[in-house]
Design a protein around this ligand. Structure first.
Ligand SMILES: [Zn+2]
Length: 95
């Protein structure tokens, strides 16, 4: 799943559709038709939004990135607190 920056939601990326109009047009020049067919067959990257067909897909939504950052920060703070607790306990023992 990828996040579409235009639809602002997670989508399943798809391959761009076979364009018959373009194919027939390119077939006027035989090389163009063959070229398009080859291009379509070998172009396997699924990187288009099925709804708006944009290529602007990213791995995570901005909200998810923000949430992940916060999670990381919280873990960092929790660890710091734990270390502080241990330090305090050591100091208590010393006294
Ligand atoms: Zn989209």
């Amino acid at each position: 799943m990828k996040y579409c920056t235009l639809c602002k939601r997670y989508v399943e990326p798809t391959k761009s559709k076979w364009n018959w109009g373009l194919f027939i047009l390119l077939c006027v020049t035989v090389v163009g038709g063959i070229g398009y067919a080859i291009h379509h067959v070998f172009m396997k990257s699924k990187n288009r939004c099925p709804i708006c067909a944009t290529k602007q897909l990213i791995k995570y939504s901005p909200e998810d990135v923000e949430a992940k950052k916060l999670e990381k920060q919280e873990k960092k703070e929790a660890r710091k607190e734990m270390i502080d607790n241990v330090k305090n306990k050591i100091n208590e023992v010393r006294e």
